[in-house]
Design a protein around this ligand. Structure first.
Ligand code: HEC
Ligand code: HEC
Length: 405
């Protein structure tokens, strides 16, 4: 039998070898398929080990487009009240979430769901908490702009007024001409193309965990975080069976990858009636598919930067990471009283991977430390992802991420 320290080294080597093989595979795939238009000289500056994101053929990347998208992402004129931008609910310092349990739109209406982190959103095989049909950032951006149930930015019904305000802005007029030659209309189609290009540069891959796995820095994690990593990847806890791959999320797409189906899971957060009912406000995937067995199923969101993105779960009903661990350890959440009372661990629609497990105090601390080691300080401070109104007029300087060299 291996002594604990030998086992630790063996499993460490396994993790690193696995990571290296991913890097090599991704690298060669990307190399073969990197057929980007050359005229705008776009060059990805990807975190070590990250493959090249898929970009729709009709919306190629360019430096100027990303910069325009950045301005639009932070522009509150894109709302009925002139007060709400994408960044209202996706704040850089919170890894592009909003710190609220449930998002609040321009009219004060509460969304049924919690705003999601946009870190590495370029890779999602499906977007949002539970929609297998939504796969491009261009399409997705129209949702908050136009949504009426609930109102998020409130553009629907106000399109002409809002677009007229953008058209009067000489800087926008010049940028749209530059970015979309021959098709420079300041309309929603071009607005979302630019925003999507900016979102594709929101890459996050410089956490202590990455420095270990992709950078080979053996001391990037504390001993405790290292044990937490072993627990995370263990069969007993099974976290990595759903929060998997380099995004620690559901299935990903990238250049050269085989196409994958999005996946959704019921983690047993609720069971209102003994038959698996979730609160009517948000039953999850069943809303899209109409299939009863999809009640309570949601996408496994990214765990990158998770220490910054609480409260947790699709409805923000889990306040802390410690509470999230209690939920998993119990194999589902029990809510003793109130309108959503029930024993989620007995939810018949729950994923078989949510089995419950014992965790002693040291293990719990270790796992929390590992989750904290998934925070990438670069993402939340990168000037290229920040509000340009705060950094201009010194010029739209680009920093290291996704720079064109
Ligand atoms: C009112 C708050 C709010 C605003 C404003 C908002 N979002 Fe979101 N965003 C959310 C919520 C809530 C979700 C989860 C939606 C769902 O699951 O149905 C989300 C999800 C997303 C996702 C999916 C992330 C993933 O990992 O799948 C993307 C991308 C996104 N938003 C981009 C944007 C863009 C671009 C804008 C501006 C055009 C924007 N959002 C404006 C609240 C907001
Ligand atoms: C069966 C697949 C599955 C397994 C196994 C799993 N998760 Fe999850 N995880 C999910 C899904 C799905 C969600 C979203 C659930 C919801 O909102 O209803 C989630 C949400 C989370 C969240 C909240 C994320 C956020 O942005 O709100 C955390 C934290 C988390 N999981 C950690 C873990 C840890 C730690 C483990 C191992 C102990 C684990 N998960 C095991 C599927 C899984």
């Amino acid at each position: 039998m291996l002594r604990p320290v030998e086992w630790r080294i063996a499993s460490m080597a396994a993790v690193v070898l696995f990571a290296v093989s991913c890097v090599q595979r991704a690298g060669s795939d990307a190399g073969f398929a990197a057929a980007q238009p050359r005229e705008d000289a776009w060059r990805w500056d990807l975190p070590a080990g990250f493959p090249e994101p898929v970009v729709p053929a009709d919306n190629p990347m360019s430096v100027a487009k990303v910069e325009l998208g950045r301005r639009l992402f932070y522009d509150p004129r894109l709302s009925s009240t002139g007060e709400v931008s994408c960044a209202t609910c996706h704040r850089q310092e919170l890894a592009f979430t909003d710190g609220r349990a449930r998002a609040e739109g321009a009219t004060g209406e509460l969304h049924s769901r919690s705003a999601m982190s946009l870190a590495n959103v370029a890779y999602g095989a499906s977007l949002t908490w539970a929609d297998p049909g939504l796969s491009t950032l261009e399409e997705q951006a129209l949702v908050p702009l136009l949504n009426e149930h609930p109102v998020e930015m409130g553009v629907a019904g106000n399109e002409e007024r809002i677009l007229a305000a953008l058209r009067e802005d000489a800087e926008y007029a010049a940028s749209f001409r530059d970015v979309f030659p021959g098709d420079a209309a300041i309309d929603l189609r071009n607005v979302v193309r630019a925003i999507a290009a900016f979102e594709r540069t929101m890459l996050s891959g410089d956490s202590p965990y990455d420095r270990l796995v992709f950078g080979g820095e053996m001391d990037a994690l504390s001993r405790s975080a290292w044990s937490g990593m072993e627990l995370f990847f263990s069969e007993r806890l099974a976290c990595s069976e759903c929060h998997s791959g380099f995004t620690l999320s559901g299935p990903v797409r990238f250049v050269g990858a085989e196409s994958v189906e999005p996946t959704f899971h019921n983690t047993g957060l609720y069971d209102l009636d003994g038959y698996g009912a979730y609160p009517a406000e948000d039953p999850g995937l069943v809303l899209r598919t109409g299939e009863a067995r999809h009640m309570g199923a949601f996408r496994a969101p990214t765990l990158r930067n998770i220490a910054l993105t609480g409260p947790y779960m699709h409805d923000g009903s889990v306040g802390t990471l410690d509470e999230a661990l209690q939920h998993y350890a119990a194999g589902g959440r029990t809510i003793p009283a109130g309108p959503v009372a029930g024993d989620g661990s007995r939810n018949p629609l729950k994923s078989p991977k949510i089995r419950g497990f014992e965790l002693d105090a040291d293990e719990r601390a270790a796992l929390l430390e590992f989750l904290e080691a998934l925070t990438d300080p670069g993402l939340v401070t990168d000037p290229a992802l920040s509000d340009p109104r705060a950094t201009l007029p010194s010029g739209p300087g680009r920093s290291t991420r996704a720079a064109s060299e």
